[in-house]
Write a protein that binds this ligand. Structure first.
Ligand SMILES: [Zn+2]
Length: 377
């Protein structure tokens, strides 16, 4: 089974806004109340509460708090299932202890098939007679098995639809095989540099909005805490943050799409982005360049197109090696952007040379049977 999520923005009617606010609130209430109960049980009795008991508790919670009946019970059951998943991940050591949901963070609820329906390309949710006014930015491949509705801190509403399909049915069709291979070096000046010598440029989204952001944050800090003016100023800051994130995501999607469209194999250095981000001087730029997300997009786009992304070990000396003759420098400080090979006298652009080495190593790995992600099935 392959799963794919489709996310769309939608614009709720005033009634739907009220219903969603209630739904977010009730889901949060049940989630937090249950999390509190589980945490107490653990500390007082050293016991973990099974899912079945959490579900039984929901019945009594509903009796105790009648307002929970205003929203679809599916949403409340689903929030408990999500909590169970969070605990499973915690017990397996994959995640931290589940956190309490906050009123002012991003809100979300999940609906299974019992709580929504699709009728002639319109999406209806339980307890609302009108369909959601969705901006269909792309085609939905099949009927969703579950959906989640969220509201971000900038006050925008989104619906994410999870579609499952068997093997290749309904999947985006693979692209015809082409014979081009490219190596890419991820950078800060440019998001990436290709072995063909192409430099992508890096639109530094944070930098472009830096002054505006500083201005809005300053305006916000002048307003009295808890006042409605402060809430308004806060929303402006959140909206700008959302805009910066959108621009960044858009640029990453376009770049990864272009690389996968034009190449059969893309070789890339595997990154320990988290490790690198500890360097505070580079952290802001690296976050802005969105490297981790970029590689993730390359991988799944390659998989759909039945093309390939090959990751090279990050300790491979891609910058220090001459791509012409194989000479390896002892060290090559970051400040040196161009150099001449002492052996074969080739003049190198630092990043292009690195990208060529990454391509060579990637192809060698493929020849030796190393598996990349997105191998054609
Ligand atoms: Zn050389």
């Amino acid at each position: 089974m392959t799963k794919r999520a489709y996310k769309y923005r939608f614009y709720p009617t005033p009634e739907q806004k009220i219903l969603l606010a209630q739904s977010f609130g009730c889901a949060r209430f049940v989630y937090n109340n249950t999390l509190r109960f589980r945490t107490d049980a653990y500390y007082k009795e050293g016991q973990s509460v099974p899912h079945s008991e959490a579900e039984k508790r929901l019945v009594s919670l509903k009796k105790e708090f009648p307002f929970l009946a205003d929203v679809s019970s599916v949403i409340l059951q689903q929030t408990l299932r999500d909590q169970q998943e969070a605990f499973k991940n915690f017990w397996a050591g994959r995640a931290k202890y589940p956190k309490f949901k906050k009123r002012h963070s991003r809100q979300s609820i999940r609906l299974t098939k019992a709580a929504f329906s699709m009728k002639s390309d319109q999406l209806f949710i339980a307890k609302s007679k009108e369909p959601l006014s969705i901006r269909w930015s792309r085609e939905l491949s099949s009927e969703p098995s579950s959906i989640s509705i969220s509201k971000d801190r900038a006050g925008r509403y989104f619906v994410s639809m999870l579609c499952e399909f068997e093997a290749k049915r309904g999947r985006p069709s693979p692209m015809p095989v082409c014979n081009k291979t490219v190596g890419i070096d991820l950078g800060l000046h440019d998001l990436f540099i290709t072995s063909d010598g192409e430099k992508s440029g890096n639109p530094r989204h944070t930098k472009r909005y830096e002054r505006k952001l500083a201005y809005l944050q300053c305006q916000m800090s002048k307003k009295q805490k808890g006042s409605s003016n402060r809430a308004k100023a806060k929303l402006k800051v959140a909206r700008l943050h959302a805009k910066i994130a959108d621009c960044r995501m858009d640029a990453t999607h376009k770049a990864s799409r272009k690389l996968i469209n034009e190449n059969q194999v893309v070789c890339v250095e595997s990154l320990n982005v988290k490790g690198m981000i500890k360097n505070p001087k580079l952290a802001k730029h690296i976050a802005d360049a969105n490297w981790g997300e970029f590689v993730r997009q390359l991988q799944y786009k390659a998989e759909w197109a039945e093309r390939q992304v090959v990751e090279i070990d990050r300790f491979f000396p891609s910058s220090k090696r001459c791509s012409g003759c194989g000479f390896v420098h002892e060290s090559l400080p970051l400040s040196i952007r161009e150099w001449e090979c002492p052996e074969c006298k080739t003049h190198h652009d630092r990043d292009i040379n690195a990208a060529i080495n990454i391509k060579t190593a990637g192809l060698a790995g493929l020849a030796c049977g190393a598996t990349g992600t997105g191998m054609a099935a």
